[in-house]
Design a protein around this ligand. Structure first.
Ligand SMILES: C[S@@+](CC[C@H](N)C(=O)[O-])C[C@H]1O[C@@H](n2cnc3c(N)ncnc32)[C@H](O)[C@@H]1O
Length: 274
């Protein structure tokens, strides 16, 4: 196995310490057309086709797979892959025994060639090293005509709360000498990049931007934010300074019940394996 990058080692350490943070943040937040960002992906899994094999790449604590398992759809075979043992342990507790869970890197899957009908991935593919190798594995395991649907982050904290966060975060990251940690492939950040990545082996490429709305109290906002990668990497005193400055800077945005209005900008990329 090639030497793992600092970003991958950090991700492994983070998810070992804090499994389940992604589903805690996103499971309850509704988007306009979907009950959650996870539901935006399960919408790509047909209800009529049987048998049907679905792979969740970087499944975390199994929230997406649980939505599918709850369908009790005859012939639906579910598999989750993740490199984090702590996430997989949480997934095992959540999921029925007939869901297969594999501790593997997305760059080297043991899944059989052309055995998957639908490959999903929620908030993970934009973090991965060597994305070309990951996509080589994705196209290998998907059968011809199979569906790929991945959901990624498009923008961090929507609206004025997001602007206030960046204004507070940037100087503190500088003061704290937070080292730059290059995560993922920059081509995942725009449509042209995805076309370059997928055009050779996929057709029907489509993009769906969805915003999930969030109306937290400032303390709940901070609790969730401190479990994001960049804030997690700050020193304890820098986190305290960030919390103080950020919460002070959004005080004027609080509504009569104390909450602030924000959310996450997300994007679903879907395509068909040629
Ligand atoms: C932000 S979490 C998302 C988890 C889950 N998909 C969800 O949305 O609830 C990212 C996940 O990707 C996994 N991951 C990151 N890089 C990976 C890789 N190269 N191979 C397998 N898993 C990976 C991490 O262990 C973590 O569970």
């Amino acid at each position: 196995m090639p030497l793992r990058s600092p970003a991958e080692r950090y991700l492994e350490d983070f998810h070992q310490r804090q499994p389940g943070t992604t589903s805690a943040a996103f499971a309850e937040l509704a988007a306009v057309k979907y009950s959650s960002s996870y539901a935006a992906l399960t919408a790509h899994v047909p209800t009529a086709q049987s048998p049907l094999s679905v792979l969740d790449l970087a499944c975390g604590d199994g929230y997406l797979l649980k939505l599918l398992a709850d369908r009790q759809q005859p012939g639906l075979q579910l598999t989750g892959v993740d490199m984090s043992q702590a996430e997989l342990d949480a997934a095992r507790l959540r999921l029925p025994v007939n869901v297969t869970l594999l501790k593997e890197r997305a760059q080297a899957l043991s899944v059989a060639t052309a055995s998957v009908d639908v490959l999903l991935s929620h908030m993970a593919i934009m973090l991965m090293d060597d994305l070309e190798q990951v996509l080589q594995e994705v196209q290998r395991v998907l059968r011809s005509g199979g569906t790929l649907a991945v959901l990624i982050g498009r923008s961090f904290l929507l609206g004025p709360v997001g602007d206030a966060f960046l204004e507070a975060f940037r100087p503190i990251a500088k003061e704290d000498r937070l080292p730059n940690l290059q995560m993922g492939d920059p081509r995942t950040r725009n449509e042209d990049g995805w076309r370059t990545l997928l055009d050779d082996h996929f057709s029907d490429l489509s993009f769906e931007d969805i915003d999930v709305h969030w109306q937290p109290q400032p303390e709940a906002l901070w609790t969730s934010l401190k479990e994001t990668y960049d804030i997690d990497r700050l020193t304890v005193p820098a986190k305290a300074r960030l919390k103080e400055r950020f919460l002070a800077s959004i005080a004027h945005l609080q509504q009569s019940d104390g909450s602030v209005s924000t959310g996450w900008g997300l994007r679903v990329i879907s395509a068909r394996r040629r």
